[in-house]
Design a protein around this ligand. Structure first.
Ligand code: ADP
Ligand code: ASP
Ligand code: MG
Length: 402
């Protein structure tokens, strides 16, 4: 008998009425498919609120305690959703991540799943229950509660679908699928019927938070078809699979506002320096994104790079240490930087795409601070206040409107 994994995001369970709506949808699926495992996020806004309450206490909360705190959010929705199912007469049981042994590494706040013990889930399914699992959380080898990074419930859902050999994995959210741009910014954005793993990987890594990057990586590796659709309608949504639409040229525009730019000034220009800087940052478990180095002047260069804005507080002390060690002049950092990107596997065979992107931004008088390209994407760092204008005009420039 097929087994379905469904994941409902925070906005889908934001209040009692919405939780009841989700319970009704689950019951319908249960009647049709029989075996249903549901992953659920914390009620919308809860994780943000918990995080800010940590920062009200201290500017540098311990990451172990942050995980301890954030994991409580999902516990609210699993219990309420299970109660809602009970009140519809549907047998159901909730579990936290640790209860079903979602074993992770020890990287608090961005842990990776190592394994899941499905024994308890299977036993409850056998009894005819819907099993509701808390997204975003697990337990480390040290028996500490961990979380999987923002948006991590998507990854819990895919990992469960793999471990349980589910027939499908459905991601229910507040939009009707994957669009050519964030539909909240571009009202003319088009819903895509299909998108390839590779394109979705680029969109997610470039800021489209509709599916967490890790969840798409996992889905690709284990060939799980991901179906992204709306909690609030019955529209068909978007399938993320091996093959996308193979659209010629650009297939989507995306943005990421949460960026910080760091510049190390007057860096000695000799072998081993870049390695020393970026190894130090990697040791802190921080991803560096775009990098640019100015031309060498009297043996000195300026080195600028971007990281996630949320990593800035953690990165700066480490960067200051390395700046001193390599005898660079100093460090400056700024938030308020955003990245806009165009994505598409079809871009490979279309020359001149980059030039068109730059001219489009120039026409809008938007200054490009940094550029990075790959075969299937081009990204530009720009001032955060120009994001809406940039996304809208690039979407128009590449003919992506409905
Ligand atoms: P959930 O709470 O269900 O996990 P998220 O807020 O994490 O939902 O992700 C859904 C949001 O992703 C949408 O509300 C939308 O604004 C945003 N988004 C950004 N880019 C895209 C895109 N290309 N297609 C669809 N949604 C997108
Ligand atoms: N509640 C977590 C977050 O807000 C996880 C998730 O929603 O997927 O990031
Ligand atoms: Mg999400």
């Amino acid at each position: 008998m097929p087994l379905i994994v469904q994941k409902y995001g925070g906005s889908s369970v934001a209040d009692a009425k919405k939780i009841k709506n989700v319970a009704r949808r689950i019951l319908k699926t249960k009647k049709r498919e029989n075996r249903v495992v549901v992953v659920v996020s914390a009620p919308g806004g809860t994780t943000d609120r918990l995080l800010s309450s940590a920062y009200e206490i201290t500017a540098h909360p311990s990451e172990r305690e942050v995980d301890m705190l954030l994991a409580t959010g999902e516990q609210i929705s699993i219990s309420l959703l299970t109660m809602a199912l009970h009140s519809l007469g549907c047998p159901a049981i909730s579990f936290t991540g640790p209860q079903v042994r979602i074993l992770t590494d020890m990287a608090h706040t961005k842990a990776r799943i190592l394994s899941i013990d499905t024994k308890r889930i299977k036993a409850e399914l056998k009894k005819g229950k819907v099993v509701i699992v808390a997204g975003f959380q697990g337990i480390s080898q040290e028996e500490d509660i961990t979380t999987l990074g923002r948006g991590g419930s998507d990854t819990t859902a895919v990992a469960l679908a793999i471990s349980l050999k589910a027939a499908s994995c459905e991601i229910y959210t507040d939009v009707e699928g994957i669009y050519t741009a964030d539909p909240r910014i571009v009202s003319f954005a088009k819903r895509l019927k299909k998108i390839s793993y590779d394109e979705m990987l680029e969109l997610s890594s470039l800021g489209a938070k509709v599916t967490q990057l890790r969840s798409v990586e996992l889905a690709k590796r284990y060939n799980v078809r991901l179906h992204v659709r709306s909690t609030f309608s019955n529209k068909e949504g978007t399938m993320i699979t091996e093959k996308g639409l193979e659209a010629p040229g650009v297939s989507g525009v995306t943005y990421d506002k949460d960026q910080a730019k760091i510049t190390i000034q007057s860096v000695p220009d000799r072998p081993g320096i870049a390695s020393a800087i970026f190894n130090k940052i990697a040791k802190e478990n921080i991803n560096v994104d775009m990098i640019i180095q100015s031309a060498s002047l009297k043996g000195l260069t300026d080195l600028s790079f971007t990281i996630a804005g949320t990593d800035l507080k953690k990165a700066l002390p480490a960067i200051k240490v390395i700046t001193k060690r390599i005898k660079a002049k100093g460090v400056t950092s700024s938030k308020g930087v955003a990245k806009v990107s165009i994505v598409g596997v079809g871009m490979r065979s279309y020359p001149g795409v980059a030039a068109r992107m730059f001219s489009c931004l120039a026409k809008e008088r938007i200054n490009i601070e940094m550029i990075s390209t790959s075969e299937i994407k081009i990204s530009c760092a720009i001032d955060e206040k120009n994001v809406r204008k940039a996304v809208k005009s690039l979407h128009r420039e590449f003919g992506l409107e409905k």
